[in-house]
Design a protein around this ligand. Structure first.
Ligand SMILES: *Cc1c(COP(=O)(O)O)cnc(C)c1O
Length: 391
């Protein structure tokens, strides 16, 4: 029983919802008419209809028009398309861009690539609680600023940026606003009809849909024009050429529908689990929360503990599956650049562990995680006293 994995790493990926798997299997089953949705014959029209249903389902989740949504392979591609696409479409007007050092690598490395291509990027750090101040963005803006990209919910800390305020500032200055919403779509209510957002990236596998499919919202405004970064067929308004994968898109649609129906209940449960975990660890000597902004998505909780190394903690806690640093980076021993970007010392960043919960997480699993965490911290401290002297 205790050796069954306890999965507390939902921020890295989520399991498929049963209804999503069923919808996808319907398309994968042999004998099923299966055609390219771009083909105009009757079989193709059936595929195209399924893609249209999925686009409607995502549009309803985000309260937008289906025509504003483009399907991609996931948030990495959507981030690249939004950021490179906006920067290139507006390069004749100016080459200044604004983002944060605590963004996901898909955003950070896209901006770094643009820097190598002659764009200038202002990297605005957040305060110690993880939040970026609106005044900091306002004062970084120049007459040649073309794009601001600030993520909605941070994947390591759960910190939720004030995207409405940032969007309003951008609109008032005629600057495009992109947000990487991979961690919030399907988990936090987003109403694109009333939010001043120009470009929004999301991915199905963070909300119980399949890996390998996601999308980009592009506001229906004349000023919101982006250039493609891939070239080929004319699919997805020529902005994302390539055959649309019907089974993946159908799964994305069903996941969006499920999220729309369950979001409120899911969110309430995340808060209960978050409170339970934090109350179980907060009194351990040397524990500090990473990302203490007033608004956080409660499905993610990240904290450091003095005198212990996160990677050893993570391994010691098995079979409880958590993340140390960023999951995408956990091959490298380097401490989290997100936490260092929030002003955490190298040592404190190295001792961070991220817990993230989902629909199947139980209170009992949280209790086991608390116990494993406490025992592992005690054990590691008892075998390595010299490290704690460094704090
Ligand atoms: C997971 C994630 C991504 C990458 O999404 P993929 O679909 O795996 O490419 C990008 N940004 C954030 C914030 C994420 O959490």
């Amino acid at each position: 029983m205790l050796n069954e994995p306890i999965f507390l790493d939902y921020a890295a990926t989520t399991p498929l919802a049963p209804e999503v798997a069923a919808a996808m299997q319907g398309w994968l089953a042999s004998g099923r008419p299966y055609a390219n949705p771009a083909s105009t014959h009757v079989a193709g029209r059936e595929s195209a209809a399924a893609v249209a249903v999925a686009r409607d389902q995502v549009a309803r989740l985000l309260n937008t028009k289906p025509g504003c949504l483009i399907f991609t392979s996931g948030a990495t591609e959507s981030d690249n398309l939004a950021i490179q696409g906006a920067a290139r479409a507006r390069a004749h007007r100016g080459k200044h861009l604004i983002t944060m050092p605590t963004e996901h690598k898909a955003v950070v490395d896209t901006f770094k690539a643009l820097e190598r291509d002659g764009f200038q990027v202002s990297w605005l750090p957040p305060a110690v609680d993880g939040l970026l101040g609106i005044e900091d963005i306002a004062s970084a803006m120049r007459t040649d600023t073309q794009l601001v990209s600030v993520m909605h919910v941070n994947n390591e800390t759960g910190v939720m940026q004030n995207i409405r305020e940032i969007g309003e500032l951008c609109r008032s200055r005629g600057v495009l606003f992109h947000t990487d919403a991979a961690q919030s779509v399907g988990k936090v209510a987003i109403d694109l009809e009333e939010m001043p957002i120009d470009l929004l990236s999301f991915t199905a596998h963070k909300f119980y849909g399949p890996q390998g499919v996601g999308g980009l919202y592009i506001a229906d405004r004349p000023s919101c024009k982006i250039s493609p970064i891939l070239f080929g067929g004319g699919q997805e308004r020529r902005l994302r050429p390539g055959t649309v994968p019907v089974h993946l898109v159908a799964g994305l649609g069903v996941a969006a529908e499920g999220a729309r129906q369950q979001m409120h209940t899911d969110h309430e449960r995340m808060q209960i689990l978050n409170d339970r975990l934090w109350n179980g660890v907060r009194n351990i000597a040397g524990v500090t929360r990473n990302g203490s902004a007033p608004q956080c998505y409660p499905g993610i909780l990240n904290f450091s503990v003095s005198g212990v190394e996160g990677e050893s903690l993570m391994l010691g806690m098995e079979p409880v599956c958590v993340a140390s640093g960023s999951a995408c980076n956990s091959v490298s021993a380097e401490s989290s650049y997100v936490l260092r970007g929030m002003g955490r010392s190298d040592l404190l960043a190295q001792s961070a562990v991220r817990f993230s919960f989902g629909r199947a997480t139980t209170e009992r699993e949280i209790d086991i995680a608390i116990e494993r965490y406490r025992n592992t911290v005690d054990h590691l401290r008892s075998i390595a006293p010299p490290i704690s002297a460094a704090f």
